[in-house]
Ligand binder design. Structure first.
Ligand SMILES: CCCCCCCCCC(=O)SCCNC(=O)CCNC(=O)[C@H](O)C(C)(C)COP(=O)(O)OP(=O)(O)OC[C@H]1O[C@@H](n2cnc3c(N)ncnc32)[C@H](O)[C@@H]1OP(=O)(O)O
Length: 194
């Protein structure tokens, strides 16, 4: 046993999240944090190509259209792909907090099947912050932004430094990313911490 507190309920001493003053304006398209990301990268042919926008407060919205490559059962989205869509949307909250954070824990509820061709309308918000721990929730609706919730998640993200990726990633991809001016621009945007 590690002794970690792994619950998804913020402790009493957690504080409300703070929108960074330089966060993108509500409605602004956030773009991809990495071209090869399976969740949001344009360079991944079978990726989700999820497009997220900044919301009000510390929130984001996103859309993901389920493609034939995303099937689990015939004609239905794979649950892991739906969890990825939730994870990616929650990860996009980094843009609004202006911190780099990775998923530590993700709990997902699958409430109804999501057919291929469906546009999943996602929303995520940070509910509390405690030290490096960022507590957040997300929903995915079908049939429109106000349609029924098909999937939802609670998550705990952990703030990391950019060195986390340099220390743990494969050298080929790390070096390619460091040589890409667009990628450096994104990394610098996250380094403007309060
Ligand atoms: C450039 C932008 C990039 C944005 C990417 C977004 C992509 C979408 C999101 C993802 O999918 S990220 C990829 C999936 N996640 C990972 O690969 C993370 C793998 N795990 C790790 O690298 C480390 O475990 C982690 C950095 C999360 C934590 O290790 P640390 O050594 O830095 O933290 P530490 O063990 O000191 O724990 C700090 C606090 O967090 C808590 N914690 C850490 N890991 C946890 C965990 N897994 N579950 C619950 N709590 C956790 C821990 O209990 C502790 O709480 P307290 O401060 O209250 O003691």
């Amino acid at each position: 046993m590690s002794g970690r507190t792994t619950g998804l309920t913020p402790p009493d001493e957690a504080r409300p999240p703070v929108r960074h003053p330089d966060a993108p304006a509500p409605g602004e398209l956030l773009g991809s944090h990495y071209d090869q990301c399976f969740g949001c990268g344009a360079g991944q042919p079978h990726g989700l190509h999820l497009e997220a926008r900044a919301g009000e407060g510390v929130s984001v919205t996103a859309e993901f259209t389920v493609q034939p490559a995303h099937q689990g059962a015939p004609g239905l989205a794979h649950g892991g792909v739906l969890a990825t869509a939730l994870d990616e949307t929650l990860g996009a909250l980094n843009w609004v907090l202006r911190v780099i954070a990775v998923t530590g824990r993700l709990e997902t509820d699958f409430l109804s099947p999501v057919p291929v061709g469906t546009v999943l309308h996602l929303e995520a918000e940070v509910t509390a912050v405690h030290g490096r721990k960022i507590y957040s929730t997300a929903t995915g609706r079908i049939g429109g932004p106000d349609g029924p919730v098909a999937v939802r998640a609670q998550a705990l993200f952990i703030e990391v430094r950019v060195e986390h990726f340099i220390a743990n990633g494969r050298p080929d991809e790390i070096n390619a990313a460091l040589a890409d001016p667009d990628q450096l621009r994104v990394a610098r945007a996250f380094e403007v911490n309060p």
